[in-house]
Design a protein around this ligand. Structure first.
Ligand code: ZN
Length: 455
């Protein structure tokens, strides 16, 4: 597959070309020589806070650092805020209400030397808010064995660094891709932002294929889950019943709803066929994230609350719309409710706390998937795992709203959105190698002899 543009390098004029096998060997040896640089590049990004606060974000300094890094690589760099992009607010996938002051997107373009296919790496620079209970300082990178700890290390500053480092590796080796290579770092992905990614598409950056370096533990992920963060509100009557008033405590209704959510999470997959990309891990999380009732500001609360709210995150497989997802929940609630004894709670109204993130996919037998799987196989020495990603992300912007098919591929690690997040440095070396090989295979390349200064 892709034989016309993969494997053999294309001759430029009469220059003698380095063989594919030798080039691949040089890529690996570049990574061996640059392990410190690879770790330092991620550490530098961790040190610059870029927290997304929901409506605002602190990405600016980190993004200016990324822009400088891409300029140093000789890329043509475009820096723009989402609200500078003409027509973005009218896009059907635009989510209103965010503030983009001092939140620039950064796009770096390495123009191809010929007519190869273009490849775009799309990362986000923002991180989740630092979870409470970090043992370490979230913004002070710490190495421990193979682990590099820090907020955003895994999600997804390591992946962002890897895409820039793959370009650096190929440039230093004198490899010239025939198609364009685009490295972008967008703002506002966390909290279902996605406007940053959308803004880069609306600005005109499309490609023949995109890699999203979100953390996948080196799996090649052709699908992403959908996700919703909903609030369910329950109303009652408060007080202490001094005159015999009926106290209807909304916490009891909320408690029933939480028990239902747990039952729904455990039984939902039995009720319908599993999406083929998720056949080996069909479980879908439903996570109660916050429950609120009563006067939390008073030192003591001695009266029943009038309202109780339950916030929860729920995921779905690709193909479900927000409305269908809500209807499924209501339907399952009515099944659950009819099997319960005693007073029944009505299904609550669900209010979205963030945008609904639709699940999305690109064909698992596409040429892009094949090129990435081969690259991962060669970089890791074992056959690549191809499956659906166990999370929702802004891959849907590409796969539902752009002509650019996107596949998610990122490093190994753990604790995204949790205390003591880390990335495994060994996987980062593999990732830089896999990205470099994927650029060579997907875009085509040439590499004249003696054009490299190293290796
Ligand atoms: Zn992420």
């Amino acid at each position: 597959m892709n034989a016309e543009k993969s494997g053999n390098n294309v001759l430029a004029g009469n220059a003698k070309m380095v063989s594919r096998r030798d080039t691949e060997r040089e890529v690996r040896s570049w990574i061996e020589r640059n392990r410190t640089l690879i770790a330092d590049t991620v550490s530098d990004l961790i040190r610059i806070p870029s927290v997304n606060h929901g409506l605002t974000g602190d990405e600016q300094n980190c993004q200016l650092h990324v822009a400088g890094m891409l300029r140093e690589l000789g890329l043509r760099v475009d820096v723009f805020t989402p609200d500078e992009v003409e027509g973005l607010a009218r896009h059907p996938a635009y989510y209103p209400g965010k503030n983009y002051a001092d939140r620039p997107n950064v796009v770096g373009i390495w123009s191809g030397a010929g007519n190869g296919r273009s490849l775009l790496f799309s990362s986000h620079a923002d991180t989740a808010v630092a979870a409470t209970d970090w043992i370490r300082d979230p913004w002070r990178p710490e190495r421990e064995g193979d682990r590099l700890y820090g907020l955003g290390s895994f999600d997804m500053k390591a992946g962002l660094a890897a895409s820039a480092l793959a370009v650096r590796c190929l440039k230093e080796l004198g490899v010239r891709p025939l198609g364009d290579v685009i490295v972008e770092s967008v703002v506002d992905e966390e909290f279902g932002g996605a406007n940053g990614t959308l803004a880069a598409r609306a600005r005109g950056y499309q490609a023949d294929g995109a890699v999203i370096p979100e953390p996948t533990n080196m799996a090649v992920c052709t699908a992403t889950r959908g996700g919703a963060l909903w609030k369910a509100a329950f109303a009652g009557t408060g007080g202490m019943s001094f005159s015999g008033e009926t106290v209807h405590n909304p916490v009891i209704d909320a408690a029933q709803f939480i028990v239902f959510l747990h039952w729904y999470e455990q039984t939902r997959n039995a009720a319908r066929p599993v999406h083929p990309s998720y056949a080996d891990s069909p479980e879908l999380p439903v996570i109660v994230t916050r429950v609120m009732a009563g006067d939390l500001s008073a030192p003591i609360c001695d009266s029943g609350p009038v309202t109780c709210t339950v916030e929860f995150w729920a995921e779905c497989h690709p193909g479900l719309t927000e409305q269908q997802f809500k209807e499924e929940l209501a339907q399952r609630f009515s099944e659950w409710s009819s099997a319960q004894n005693g007073p029944k709670t009505a299904f609550p109204e669900l209010t979205g706390m963030i945008r609904f993130l639709p699940g999305a996919e690109t064909p698992s037998d596409s040429p892009l998937t094949a090129v990435l799987a081969q690259a991962v196989g060669r970089a890791t020495g074992s056959e690549a795992i191809v499956r659906g990603a166990p999370f929702a992300c802004d891959a849907f912007v590409f796969n539902l709203y752009s002509p650019t098919p996107a596949v998610v591929l990122g490093p190994r690690g753990a604790n995204a959105h949790a205390p003591d997040e880390y990335v495994e440095l060994s996987s980062l070396g593999e990732l830089v190698e896999a990205y470099a090989l994927a650029i060579m295979d997907w875009c085509g390349y040439d590499k004249p002899e003696r054009s490299c200064s190293e290796g």
